[in-house]
Ligand binder design. Sequence first.
Ligand SMILES: [Zn+2]
Length: 238
Amino acid sequence: MTLLLSRTQPERVSCTATVLQSGTDEKGHYFITAETVFYPQGGGQMSDVGSVMHNGHSFAVKQVLMIAGEARHYLADVTGELEQGAEVRLEIDTAFRQRASIAHTAGHLISHVVETLMPSLIPAKGHHFLPGSYVEFSGNSTLSAEQLLEQVREKVQQAIDDNLPVSTGTLSFEVIARLRPELACAIPQNEEIRTVTIGDYLPFACGGTHAASTGALQGLELRKIKVKERMKISYEIA
Ligand SMILES: [Zn+2]
């Protein structure tokens, strides 16, 4: 089980570690360490990219995926140096992390605004990749899609201008299920679940990385709304 420093110390950009295992799968050559500063792709958020240093050499890490509880760091080029026992220094691309965190936080903010304006819409999916971010909702809106989008745009911009704080914490499943019964089926029944809270909005179960406050989301543009089986709002960060 890889310890993810991004959960408890999201401000960390580097760490030292020992390679526990290396190998190759269909995604390429990878290595595993006991702990990592890299955020592995998940929860709709992009994987961090960055580098691994060993014996004065730096190698690019192109993607990190969580597989069976272990974070596989995929290398851009095959290197035989990162074998079991190698002492390495892991470092993330901080500009990339910041953009990934902003895109991810934007997904939360849009969801909060939508569910507050229209409680019959339930957050169903978030995809916070750049480009191509979107959030999806199940349920029906009593407003037309375009009317809803207009109101959401206005409220989202207001929240950005208000520079609401974004904080993380932990709550038990029981508490989250009481606060958000509509989402209880989508979260694990654990004693401690990491949560993110934006301003006065309800906490949301999430293991991702976030902007410190909504002021960082200036440049967020809600592109369009589409209604099929679900309602989908696409967005991007200018
Ligand atoms: Zn989150």
